[in-house]
Design a protein around this ligand. Structure first.
Ligand code: DNO
Length: 357
């Protein structure tokens, strides 16, 4: 397991120096955030980003994300050119030796919350989701009222996109995902890049849109679409864990045995009602995710890939990007490494290898 940390580039209030001072963190998860969706990523710009990370004594380990254009998800005729451009970005990653690509296939919206700063009793704030609150959001004026998406779409653009998705049900979306993977996974494999789909967050349909990457059977279906180590998943405990029907350790075990977990996102959630949750600190006891069980399953299946602490709360008066402050995520990184070390020590003692390390 390699511990990594997400960095939003030079505008991120969390600096590379901050990241390098978190014990055990050597890998950085980043992206070119201002390339228009659908365009190929220029190699020279990606090179500069990688050099900046190298200069800080860190390593560019994961690209999160290269967004997939809506025309690909909708299966529109422009998709051929868009898939070629996507493949070109993957080749640029390969040229620089960046080994993992996290992406998602969620129609229109990526992760969605109804409150970006829900106060918790200890005075910290956390991201929260409530399906009833989501249902009250009026999209006729665009995404202005949707937390975190304010500037994304005006009314007419959003209405046109939502209308286009009326012809795309779950099966059609699966076909469009398979179509993309058949084209880009062979390219990824040829340049030693492992793709890792991020599950839908939350793991159910929102605003009537199809959402397909929500549970264990879906993740297993995904990896079978193209049989390659370059076609794997980002196992996000917080996204999948918002649905109490998902048995996370069992899911990790199955996908881990197939060697298709290419990236781990670890965070915890507290489920407070049907389709209602808020994010909680990383430790097992503080939410509904069995983090210890997940780590044991990962360890048992020989996970050697990158992991990052996902969203943290805002604590100690920090202000910053919702979910992506420094302090609580850094605590998460050290907690997760402690858990991992404890499991390794216990295993070594159990097998008589000696448990000093
Ligand atoms: C949220 C992230 C997601 C993730 C994308 C991957 O905090 O986990 O936005 O980066 O879904 O494409």
């Amino acid at each position: 397991m390699q511990m990594t940390f997400r960095w939003y580039g030079i505008d991120d209030p969390v600096s590379l120096r901050n990241i390098g001072q978190i014990p055990g963190v050597r890998g950085v998860v980043s992206a070119l955030y201002d390339v228009p969706v659908g365009e190929a990523w220029p190699l020279d710009r990606l090179t500069r980003l990688a050099e900046r990370i190298d200069d800080a004594g860190l390593r560019f380990t994961v690209v999160e994300s290269i967004p997939v254009h809506e025309d690909i998800k909708l299966g529109r005729p422009t998709r051929d050119r868009l898939a070629d451009q996507y493949a070109e970005s993957i080749r640029a990653m390969g040229t620089l030796g960046i080994p993992v690509l996290c992406y998602n296939f969620m129609p229109i919206f990526d992760w969605t919350r109804t409150d970006l700063a829900m106060p918790l009793p200890d005075g910290s704030t956390a991201l929260a989701y409530d399906d009833a609150a989501l249902a009250r959001i009026d999209l006729s004026r665009g995404t202005g009222d949707l937390p975190g998406w304010a500037a994304a779409y005006d009314g007419p653009t959003l209405a046109a996109l939502l209308a286009a998705y009326r012809d795309v049900d779950d099966e059609r979306l699966w076909e469009n995902l398979a179509w993309l993977l058949e084209r880009v996974v062979p390219v990824a494999e040829s340049v030693n890049v492992k793709m890792a789909i991020h599950p839908d967050d939350p793991p159910w349909s929102i605003f009537g849109l199809p959402r397909i990457v929500t549970d264990g059977p879906a993740l297993e279906r995904l990896v079978k679409l193209v049989d390659s180590p370059s076609n794997g998943v980002t196992f996000c405990t917080g996204s999948l864990g918002a649905d109490p029907a998902n048995d996370l350790p069992a899911m990790v075990r199955r996908l881990g045995e197939m060697q298709r977990i290419n990236f781990m996102h670890c965070r915890n959630v507290k489920i407070t009602g049907p389709r209602r949750f808020h994010e909680s600190p990383h430790p097992t006891a503080l939410g509904d995710v069995d983090m210890a069980g997940v780590m044991r399953a990962l360890h048992d299946t020989g996970f050697t890939g990158p992991m990052r602490p996902d969203h943290g709360r805002m604590i100690w008066g920090e202000r910053g990007r919702p979910g992506y402050g420094l302090h609580d995520r850094a605590l998460g990184a050290t907690y997760l490494q402690g858990l991992w070390e404890g499991i390794a020590v216990a295993r070594n003692q159990g097998s008589g290898v000696g448990g000093q390390g």
